[in-house]
Design a protein around this ligand. Structure first.
Ligand code: FAD
Length: 315
């Protein structure tokens, strides 16, 4: 039996590992199905983490995080967790798919499995991912000051981010395949009253074009006329949905181990407690996550402090 299992080795999980081991918890295992580091390792640059002045690639940025945690005794198991169950006061971490499932018992658990923005699968998306194809306006808007940019999507996030981008870009082309929007009417109204947003509906993007410097244009098609045209922009911000990695909380009967909202994000309080005692969630997996490294790291630290308090009071 271990004291704490942390599931997911992104910024939230690694910060939780650092605070838990440095805070005195003896047996802490971090389960990570790939290399630790999380989503940010897929980014070519990060420049908004306070205190780090240099622009670094996501991989270089996350490397010292692992080293620092493991120095304080965090153990790492490179294994995919399939499910977390609770039996009485004890959690079962069911992991190691395909190699004969193993069960590890744990007194407490922090879930930091994050999520991922959905991809559009448009031609050129993969080639220019991180080089003019972005899923994060907070991260990348700054690079496109006074430029024209494109936004893809018709939900709340797409419209809210299009409005946000007008603070930086000279013009935002909002591309959506339908004339109507899924976003809340008040958000649509807000976007429509913004003169910097150019609505391209009903349009689809047929190709993302560019060269060795990244994206330089989009091929877009007007679905009413079937006419194709070129839109010269250095970036496309895609907001076509977000998947929360909450599968490990799903029990054999289909219910979730703890409360989740309609998007599947884990409901926590300000101290990262779920409604299940001893179970915490931190980072992009939680409700209202700002989806930023600095916030995920803060969440992880908070969850670890709460896990320490829980274990002290319980045992
Ligand atoms: C392209 C891109 C660029 C970004 N740029 C920035 C930026 O410039 N600045 C910024 O602040 N933020 C940026 N972000 C957002 C930032 O990366 C996330 O907010 C942050 O990584 C969330 O951390 P997390 O630990 O909550 O989750 P994640 O980083 O998603 O980590 C979760 C980890 O859990 C693992 N995992 C999932 N399921 C299981 C399982 N069943 N078993 C074991 N392991 C599992 C995953 O492999 C992953 O490593 C960017 C994101 C992307 C995609």
């Amino acid at each position: 039996m271990i004291d704490l299992a942390i599931i997911g080795g992104g910024p939230a999980g690694l910060s939780a590992g650092l605070y838990a081991t440095r805070g005195g918890i003896k047996d802490v295992i971090l389960y990570e199905k790939g290399m630790p580091g999380g989503q940010i390792t897929g980014s070519s640059e990060i420049e908004n983490y306070p205190g780090i002045k240099e622009i670094k690639s996501g991989i270089d940025f996350m490397e010292p995080w692992q080293e620092q945690c493991f120095r304080f005794g965090l153990k790492h198991t490179m294994s995919e967790v399939i499910r977390v169950e609770k039996h009485g006061d004890i959690f079962h971490i069911i992991h190691n798919p395909g190699k004969g499932e193993e069960i590890q018992e744990a007194r407490s658990v922090i879930i930091t499995t994050g999520g991922r923005p959905k991809k559009s699968n448009i031609k050129g998306e993969q080639e220019f991912w991180g080089k003019g194809v972005s899923t994060c306006a907070t991260c990348d808007a700054f690079f496109y000051k006074k430029r024209e940019v494109a936004v893809l999507g018709g939900g709340d996030t797409a419209l809210e981010e299009a409005i946000y981008l007008t603070k930086f870009a000279s013009k935002v082309h909002l591309i959506h395949r339908r004339d109507g929007f899924r976003a809340a009417p008040v958000t649509v109204q807000h976007a429509k009253s913004n003169e910097q947003i150019n609505f391209l509906t009903p349009y689809v993007v047929t190709e993302i074009c560019g060269d060795e410097n990244g994206v330089n244009a989009l091929m877009i098609k007007n679905l009413s006329t079937n006419k194709e045209e070129k839109l010269e922009v250095p970036v496309i911000f895609e907001f076509v949905g977000y998947e929360v990695n909450n599968q490990i909380l799903q029990q054999k009967d289909g219910s979730f181990l703890c409360d989740v909202d309609s998007y599947g994000s884990v409901i926590v309080d300000l101290k990262m407690h779920t409604n299940v005692p001893g179970l915490f969630a931190a980072g992009d997996i939680r409700i209202d996550a700002p989806k930023q490294v600095v916030c995920a790291a803060g969440d992880g630290a908070q969850a670890a402090l709460e896990a320490i308090a829980y274990l002290e009071q319980k045992h």
